[in-house]
Design a protein around this ligand. Structure first.
Ligand code: ADP
Ligand code: MG
Length: 373
């Protein structure tokens, strides 16, 4: 059983006797067969977490269990884990076949059984044609597939993938992503993938754990983290182009509360559901995704009226960028194709239901309590 539980885990490295807290009080409960992505910027502690699960790093504090068995003190080879790292070296003089079968051979598994297993896995990963080749002759995508085959041949309880696609580009990357997803549905093994690419995490994972500076920010399905980011960090990290986020202050006008940017370009009536959370004169971070703004052509229904700074026609969608403040751009993405020139007047309508409001100091979603109820 591959249920993986990370409980109150810390990792402290020491560099020149100075502590570096790479992972801080991490709690994650991954269900058996679940596909989980660890997502966050470079240096946030993703690989460290994976390496602690694999047994390549000691756990400073806390426990990790797999299928109810505490693994903190188990030797890496006794944890029944499959590992595929970005640059996991193969043995160059050995063929792909020998590389994949290496561990089984070391465990004295009979040659006939090894052959059977290798062919099964090779078939699954579509690498049967490569089995007689040497690693040096493989392309990046092929190497990655062989790496994954080597991890899977152990029939692990948990498969760990550390940025498996980051060295691949364009089409190969896209194709490998689809293949990994397909593979996961075939083998149904608890899988943890580390990535700094939010699109990859969104496309692959059942749930995403977003980490910043060693601290778990949110653990949820792709839709949960997209639609209900718990804080400003998650809001800004998930989504491309990123969520538009502005500092606003709450002001009253004719008895009605508004979120207003300092220069008044945005003045947005506070939706009812936020009324009990906002205070007059208080600053907030106001967020809205580029896809939650519509371009209104004519009519009086609009949130802001302004001028186009940059217009991009990307074929299947168009993007309009507007300078709201000196260093803050509002982006709009539309599936309908418009044609604008820079300087054109434009009216935009914000979707009331889709705005996000965060505390200006802590970055926490102000209606978090409401979300949890
Ligand atoms: P990520 O995989 O998210 O990019 P890492 O887990 O590799 O991040 O690193 C997290 C933090 O721990 C970083 O600040 C990194 O510099 C530090 N770190 C990682 N490995 C070591 C090590 N062996 N010794 C000291 N510091 C380390
Ligand atoms: Mg890493």
């Amino acid at each position: 059983m591959g249920e993986l539980v990370i409980k109150d885990v810390f990792k402290t490295y020491y560099k020149n006797k100075q502590p570096i807290n790479a992972v801080k009080s991490l709690n994650l409960h991954c269900k058996n067969g679940e596909f989980v992505a660890l997502l966050g910027p470079s240096g946030c502690g993703k690989s460290t977490t994976l390496r602690m699960i694999a047994g390549l790093e000691d756990i400073s504090l806390g426990d990790i269990t797999i299928g109810n068995k505490r693994i903190n003190d188990l030797h890496p080879k006794d944890r029944n884990i499959g590992l595929a790292f970005e640059n996991y070296a193969m043995y160059p003089p050995l063929t792909v076949y020998e590389n994949i079968g290496f561990n089984l051979k070391a465990k004295n598994v009979p040659a006939k059984k090894i052959k059977e297993e290798i062919h099964k896995i090779a078939n699954l990963l579509d690498i049967t044609d490569l089995l007689d080749m040497k690693p040096g002759a493989l392309s990046g995508g092929q190497k990655q597939r062989v790496n994954i085959a080597r991890a899977l041949i152990r029939r692990p309880d948990v498969l760990l993938l550390d940025e498996p696609l980051s060295h691949l580009d364009g089409k190969v990357r896209q194709r490998m992503r689809t293949e990994i997803k397909h593979l996961h549905t075939e083998i149904n093994c608890t899988t943890i993938i580390v990535t700094h690419d939010q699109l990859e995490a969104m496309a692959l994972a059942d749930r995403i754990a977003i980490i910043n500076d060693g601290v778990l920010q949110q653990f949820g399905t792709p839709l949960e983290v997209f639609n209900n980011p718990v804080n400003e960090f998650v809001a800004g990290f998930i989504g491309e182009p990123p969520m538009n986020i502005f500092t606003v202050v709450t002001v009253y006008d004719n008895g009605k509360p508004y979120f207003k940017t300092e220069n008044s370009v945005i003045k947005f009536e506070v939706p009812d559901k936020y009324l009990s959370y906002v205070k007059e004169g208080e600053k907030y971070k106001f967020g809205i995704r580029p896809t939650d703004i519509t371009i209104s052509t004519g009519g009086n229904q609009y949130t802001i009226q302004t001028n186009v700074s940059v217009f991009e026609n990307l074929g299947e969608e168009c993007r309009v960028h507007i300078r709201i403040e000196d260093d803050n751009i509002l982006s709009v993405v539309s599936n309908e194709i418009y044609h604008f020139n820079s300087g054109d007047q434009i009216k935009l309508l914000f979707n009331q239901e889709r705005i996000h409001v965060f505390d200006s100091k802590t970055g926490e979603r102000i209606d978090k309590v409401l979300q949890l109820l």
